[in-house]
Design a protein around this ligand. Sequence first.
Ligand code: GLN
Length: 447
Amino acid sequence: TYQQIAALEPKVEAYLEIDAQRAVALEAAKAADERGYGEDAPLLNGIPIAVKDNIVTQNLRTTAASKMLENFVPTYDATTVERLKAAGAVIVGKLNLDEFAMGGSNEKSAFKVTHNPWNLNKVPGGSSGASAATVAARQVPASLGTDTGGSIRQPASYNGVVGIKPTYGSVSRFGLIAFGSSLDTIGPMTLTVEDNALVLEAIAGYDEKDSTSLQDIDTNYSAKIGQSLAGMKIAFPKEFKSEEINEEVREAMEAAADFYRSEGAIVEEVSLPYSKYGVDVYYIIASAEASSNLQRFDGIRYGHRSEAAESLEDVYVLSRSEAFGDEVKRRIMLGTYSLSSGAYDAFFDKAARVRTLIRQDFDKVFAEYDVIMGPVTTSTAFDIGGRVNNPLEMYVADLLTIPVNLIGAPAISVPAGFDSEKLPIGLQLIGKPLDEATLYQVAHAYE
Ligand code: GLN
């Protein structure tokens, strides 16, 4: 692991913290060796795993790629990290992201830009771009990412790895630095579908420290891997075949649909008419929730405090002005506006209502079908610098991933070949809430 990290890190630049963890990681690896790798070894014994830097780690700096938290060393582990350690995994370091997970390219990190290992001039996607890139570069076999509007699936697709956004509430958010609390999820990114299911088994399940955590869920996610797809009903929405989607991506999806038919599945066209409003709804709701969640960074309790402040108001205003990046400020302003008394009815309330219509679309399809398929993104990885100054173009890129966060369902990105530039294409499979096992079954078949 460390050899591969040393060899490729100068090119990929995935890590925000690695050296500070080395002694602890080697110690944990030694303990794993002592436990042995027999039948009764813990599920992930000795497996090196890296963690996105908006998930807190005890005694290991956690920045969310923001100057606000540049020197923040948490005193506790997030539940997901605690569970990885309990399963025997070795935490090797912390991964770059767009600041506070707001973005889709890793270019919005306050510290560095991560590169796509398939072509170093391309973005790895985001916000979990480094979580995908480090797996694609074979630096680690697995990582944790987070997905609020597509941030696990989009980079998984751009880097040719497997990434799942689990059902909202199935993985604890305790210790995740909150962005949009009704949308945020944590999930694994891996090289294979089976590895993905096993890491999810280790981190999922009820946690009393997260008030939205679901009780008594079945976490036997790998149960159906390898089972036949005969008779499985797969919906392919016509909105996922639209002109906005690059032709090579569309062809790759048709090939996947043909494959599933050849395996005995029934693939039929359906419609999700309200999903086209997903991006609009998402940027209102996610920004509103972000503006509220980010209030805690006030320069008083922890985080950056301006040296220039001479009054209490200065402490708030200057600390926040100095430490938040442009994208984060944009979200705070958008969110504060849509929650304000004059704009609430026209924006936040309306967005919440349209969110229900989007959910009803999906409910109708899931009454008849087991899984929904389509692309993860409208194109493959774009050039570094290509969209960074055009927030609208960046926002629309999440067209196909965002509706799933709005409804809370699980969705997986699985590699589906390459385009003519040799950049990976991702197939997205969306499942019924809590039916990750079927997603892994269908994803595994296409691997
Ligand atoms: N790209 C989306 C955004 O900028 C999604 C981010 C995410 O899922 N964390 O909000």
